[in-house]
Design a protein around this ligand. Structure first.
Ligand SMILES: Nc1nc2c(ncn2[C@@H]2O[C@H](COP(=O)(O)OP(=O)(O)O)[C@@H](O)[C@H]2O)c(=O)[nH]1
Ligand SMILES: [Mg+2]
Length: 380
């Protein structure tokens, strides 16, 4: 049934003629779809109360879920306190889903795979949320899901929710936002969280640090597959899936699987007590998708029994704390008036070779410590 898009204010009346199909309403919140118009200037949505956010998310209200994620992603100081209170209240309802990260070079078939897997899971009665982590999306917003494959089939499913990458920015940037979005989705009762990321070093480490299972998608290439992929990325993975094992590619995929399995033999596994293996499949035909999911379920069962999963999640929370502290310290440092005032001169002195870099760094840090001592209230 056609419905009003969620950005239409409740009292929007006939000023907003656009209609969307149900099932896409919350799922595409935040995505810069070409057909999407901005609300007229001066029209602002009513801010929800903490209770309304929390109850909406817990009851699985997709529109409120989308708005809660927008709140959590906001860089505005005014939203931070509400967002943190909402998260604090949602936290006891998190932790029940399986969190799966999916990486691979652009074109490897990640989005196609997620759509195929997501459709399979939805048909099995599971609720699936798809998130994207794309550090470059502050420029090309939502590019990761906004390209060729937009998971159009999955986006129409009532039991699926698709959220493009947040834009970057201060206070933890994309990593913080994605983690908190993950928690919000979990509180909303999704059974499976699929997180797509591009294969660009840092984003893989970020996603690895927030998921239970990390899957690397590969394409069968000509001979030198192992050179194309950094060993470090393979060592982050709990499984390799050689995708596009269809048509003429099938035999090449089989060869690649054998080659990767030989190489994996010499690498340390990403998860204690688990053997990372290479598999083949085709996101296009669906072959191997159910088998891939069976591997993930096996992982979940065994790692839950051994306690490895619980330990991983506890460590991830601790690491996240340190990451946030480091990011906020960096922000505090570079935004500090004493640093901003001194930095250009000190940089120049370092570049000219007039000042040892270690002295320069100590000098800048001491400026902050000094000013904090001088004005004890300045830190509040
Ligand atoms: N033949 C074949 N093509 C595929 C398969 N999976 C994805 N593709 C195609 O590869 C291209 C890139 O897929 P996409 O899912 O957007 O890749 P992503 O950049 O990793 O998300 C698209 O044209 C897909 O149709 C597959 O299993 N077999
Ligand atoms: Mg994609």
């Amino acid at each position: 049934m056609p419905d009003k898009p969620e950005w239409v204010p409740p009292d929007g009346g006939d000023a907003f003629a656009s209609q969307v199909l149900r099932g896409v309403v919350g799922g595409h919140d935040g995505m810069a779809a070409p057909t999407e118009a901005k609300p007229a200037a001066g029209v602002r949505r009513r801010q929800l109360s903490v209770d309304q956010y929390v109850e909406g998310v817990l009851s699985g209200d997709r529109t409120i879920l989308g708005r809660t994620i927008t709140l959590v992603e906001s860089n505005a100081q005014a939203h931070l306190e509400t967002a943190q209170e909402v998260l604090r209240r949602l936290l006891p309802h998190t932790g029940k889903s399986i969190r799966v990260g999916i990486t691979g070079v652009p074109g490897a078939g990640k989005s196609t795979f997620i759509e195929a897997l997501g459709m399979m899971l939805v048909k099995r009665g599971q609720r699936v949320a798809v998130l994207a982590v794309d550090p470059s999306s502050s420029v090309t917003r939502g590019s990761i899901l906004g390209d060729k494959t937009r998971m159009e089939q999955l986006a129409r499913e009532q039991n699926a929710f698709i959220r493009p990458s947040p834009t970057g920015g201060m206070l933890g940037g994309v990593a913080r936002k994605s983690r908190e979005t993950l928690l919000v989705c979990e509180a909303a009762g999704f059974d499976v969280l699929l997180i797509e990321t591009v294969g660009t070093g840092q984003s893989e480490i970020t996603v690895r640090s927030m998921v239970d299972f990390f899957l690397l998608l590969l394409i069968p290439g000509a001979g030198d597959e192992l050179q194309g992929i950094k060993k470090g990325v393979i060592e982050l993975a709990d499984a390799l899936l050689i995708n596009k094992a269809d048509g003429d590619n099938k035999s090449r995929a089989l060869g690649a699987r054998a080659e990767y399995n030989r190489a994996l033999h010499y690498l340390s596994p990403a998860t204690h007590g688990w053997k990372t293996r290479a598999h083949i499949g085709s996101a296009l035909t669906g072959e191997g998708i159910a088998e891939m999911w069976a591997v993930i379920e096996d992982f979940r069962r065994r790692m839950t029994e051994s306690g490895v999963l619980e330990t991983r999640r506890r460590q991830q929370s601790r690491d996240w704390l340190h990451t946030l502290v480091e990011e906020q310290l960096r922000h505090y440092f570079y935004e500090h008036p004493a640093v901003r005032e001194r930095l250009p001169q000190i940089e120049a002195a370092v570049m000219d070779g007039d000042l040892p870099v270690t002295s320069a760094a100590r000098d800048l840090l001491s400026k902050i410590v000094q000013s904090t001592k001088d004005t004890p209230d300045s830190s509040h």
